[in-house]
Design a protein around this ligand. Structure first.
Ligand SMILES: [Fe+2]
Ligand SMILES: [Fe+2]
Length: 436
């Protein structure tokens, strides 16, 4: 029977995942322990016929095996992704000639909770040379840490505790040095939208966007950290607003509306209780719905002297809120969102900061649907002010307008492609958000 590459790739991941799960069942060297890896070896071999070594990697939360991508991985593949994540490995390379024995060693090391981040060293020590470990780069590791720290804070408040801020402070300080080195790289991290918990994901995005923006404005490390904390925590007060109000799809009643509008005050109260978080952060949280023209809410905060940090968070908040799908709103496409940002200058937002933001995100912000000079259609993943129009795109249609079964992530700076035009998702009938 002829099995196609995609099925083979899925088989490979399923076998590896099962091999890891079963690795503890038999002592090393037991004849039964090698059996699943012999099958794995033959699947690897047949996939390698497609093209040399095989890369198993996780990019932007998507598992790829060779050229095959899994956007909605079944449980065994998800399990493999979790294992890689636990080991802080962004990928594995299986080189030609890799044998069942090598794969068994890999599975045993991946099953061992004690060898975190030492997978590469462990393989070397065991004499396995045909499996290479791609270490997760520092930036995405720090980003994942930040997501974890924000989640922990949300959870602690949900459980009625005062959140411990130490982890958050550490993570924000490493993100700040990364942001100062390369603000755009940081911007590319705020892509994955999780619709199940809007407030949480929105908070992560606003924190990252605020830090990138603050860094690109030449603010000091301390100020970049402050912008990050204020961004991550700006909507933290929503954890005190009932979920039925938060997620209500229709119009809010006037009482519900008033309760929703108390989230800046709730948030400032929470932040003031967090040890080591500067006062300016609580202030920015309190004032994040006070507009540049001093309208907005809460009334009590209207006359406070808000600084640049508040203005930065306001721009990041505005942008992320307009481009994300929510219970009560379809996301705007990025071109519309940019238009809205421009319209808000001098009213709700500070025009100088908006200008800086637009310089940073380039002509085609994240989520733009674009045509490449090859006539392919793609979604912008990582924007860039580079002349080719963006850094990373996901190609979703080939040059003759056929949808690709497996969209392809491509660094267009490296490939030499160029964005020639924006495409209207409505005309093409494409749901851009579905590609994140
Ligand atoms: Fe808010
Ligand atoms: Fe917000």
């Amino acid at each position: 029977m002829l099995i196609d590459g995609l099925q083979q790739a899925q088989r490979l991941a399923t076998l590896l995942s099962g091999g890891i799960r079963g690795a503890g069942l038999y002592p090393p060297g037991h004849p039964a322990s090698l059996q699943p890896f012999r099958e794995l070896e033959s699947v690897v071999l047949s996939l390698q016929r497609e093209g040399g070594e095989i890369r198993i990697a996780v990019v932007d939360g998507v598992l790829s095996i060779g050229e095959h991508l899994f956007f909605a991985p079944p449980p065994p593949l998800q399990e493999l992704m979790n294992r890689l994540d636990e080991k802080r490995v962004s990928g594995l390379v299986l080189k030609p000639g890799v044998m069942a024995n090598d794969l068994a060693v890999l599975a045993r090391l991946m099953a061992d909770p004690a060898c975190t981040a030492e997978l590469g060293a462990g393989l070397k020590q065991a004499g396995v040379q045909l499996i290479e470990v791609m270490e997760e780069d520092n930036l995405s590791r720090t980003y994942n840490e930040a997501v974890g720290a924000v989640r922990e804070i949300f959870d602690e408040i949900g459980n009625g505790r005062i959140p411990n801020s130490r982890r958050m402070l550490t993570v924000v300080s490493s993100l700040a040095s990364a942001a100062i080195k390369e603000p755009l790289a940081l911007l590319g991290l705020s892509l994955i939208k999780d619709y199940d918990n809007y407030t949480f994901q929105h908070s992560v995005n606003v924190g990252v966007l605020s830090m990138a923006l603050a860094a690109s404005m030449g603010r000091s490390v301390h100020e970049v950290e402050e912008a990050g904390l204020a961004g991550f925590l700006h909507d933290i007060g929503k954890t005190r607003v009932a979920k039925t109000i938060l997620n209500k799809p229709g119009k809010l009643s006037s009482d519900e509306y008033l309760e929703m509008r108390r989230h800046p005050e709730y948030g400032a109260e929470i932040v003031r209780e967090m040890e080591g978080v500067p006062d300016e952060v609580a202030e920015a949280v309190l004032g994040h719905h006070i507009r540049f023209d001093r309208r907005g809410y809460p009334e009590s905060a209207k006359h406070l002297p808000f600084g640049v940090t508040s203005g930065i968070v306001a721009v990041a908040d505005f942008y992320d809120a307009t481009t994300t799908l929510r219970a009560y709103q379809r996301p705007m496409n990025p071109t519309q969102a940019v238009e809205e940002l421009r319209n808000a200058c001098g009213k709700s937002l500070d025009g100088k900061i908006v200008d800086r933001f637009l310089e940073l995100t380039g002509r085609f912000p994240t989520g733009s649907l674009v045509r490449l000079d090859s006539n392919e259609i793609a979604v912008v993943f990582t924007p860039s002010a580079h002349p080719c129009g963006a850094a990373v795109v996901k190609v979703i249609m080939d040059g003759s307008g056929r949808a690709l079964a497996e969209p392809e992530l491509r660094s267009i700076i490296a490939s030499g492609d160029r964005i020639v035009d924006l495409v209207d998702p409505l005309v093409k009938g494409i749901d851009v958000a579905g590609y994140f």
